[in-house]
Design a protein around this ligand. Structure first.
Ligand SMILES: [Zn+2]
Length: 278
């Protein structure tokens, strides 16, 4: 039974990972061009045909006076085989006592479709009517304003953003951006990562900067989705360096619920220590 939601505390914050689809994927798509013996060994797999757990999820962050959501996951869709909590983000949120109108902010790591899905509900209405949606300006421009973007999902992404533009619910920023006293958006080209800090602790939520924890250890292991590989490597290196500098816990929206780890580096070799929290 896969976990589909989990809550832990970070200082004064209550943080929940809520699954919108706990499923399995072929690891070959995550380690494109990497020697098979290397990634099967790193993942402890007996064969290259084994599937590995993969999540579409969001993080709910609750403080004394605000509730915010990091990414809005995959959104409404038909049931998928071997997938728990498929399109059930709002159900998982409701189980935590939080309703869509309670959300004050949504921050988007980037605008790939599986991170903006629930911006609209299944009837096509804005899901979080009281939330400002915060997006890095280069990412917003690429999907919304740049005519040279011929990505096959461009119209689908725009369908999840345009109603929010019309309703004045989008705010963009350049560089790093401090959303409030505990959340900073860190710009790593192609993505942003979210740095949460409270009570002397910190947490980095890495989005697609690391689809799998192994991408933080091996920053040159590329998922097939990395279309600018030198840039992707540089961004992962920046994320890894920040995690070490801050001694942060790290986690990711595509990682199994709940995966928390700390990254370390010695003589250019990186290692992850997995951490249990409640
Ligand atoms: Zn993603």
């Amino acid at each position: 039974m896969t976990n589909i939601s989990a809550t832990f505390t970070l200082g004064d914050l209550q943080i929940s990972q809520l699954s919108d689809g706990a499923t399995f994927r072929d690891p070959k798509i995550l380690f494109d061009g990497v020697d098979e013996s290397e990634w099967t060994h790193a993942l402890g797999l007996k064969s290259t045909d084994e599937l590995i757990p993969f999540n579409f999820s969001s993080f709910l962050v609750e403080s004394a006076d605000s509730k915010l959501l990091i990414d809005t996951a995959y959104g409404h869709r038909d049931a998928e085989p071997n997938t728990e909590s498929c399109a059930e983000l709002l159900v998982r949120m409701s189980e935590k006592g939080v309703q869509p109108e309670d959300i004050d902010f949504v921050v988007h790591s980037h605008l790939h479709f599986d991170h903006v899905g629930w911006n609209l509900d299944k009837d096509g209405n804005i899901t979080f009517p009281n939330a400002m949606h915060i997006i890095a300006e280069p990412e917003f421009d690429w999907w919304i304003n740049y005519e040279g973007n011929d990505h096959p999902l461009k119209e689908k992404v725009q369908s999840r953003i345009n109603p929010l533009i019309d309703n004045n619910q989008i705010k963009t920023f350049v560089g790093d951006y401090k959303v409030n006293e505990f959340l900073t958006m860190i710009y790593a080209p192609g993505h942003t990562v979210q740095l949460l800090e409270s009570g002397g602790e910190s947490l980095l939520i890495v989005g697609d900067g690391a689809h799998h924890p192994q991408h933080l250890i091996h920053q040159d292991w590329h998922p097939i989705f990395d279309w600018d590989r030198p840039q992707a490597r540089a961004s992962r290196k920046k994320i890894a360096s920040l995690a070490i500098e801050k001694d942060s816990l790290v986690t990711g929206v595509h990682w199994p619920v709940l995966t928390l780890a700390k990254l370390s580096e010695k003589d250019g070799r990186y290692a992850l220590k997995f951490i249990d929290r409640d």
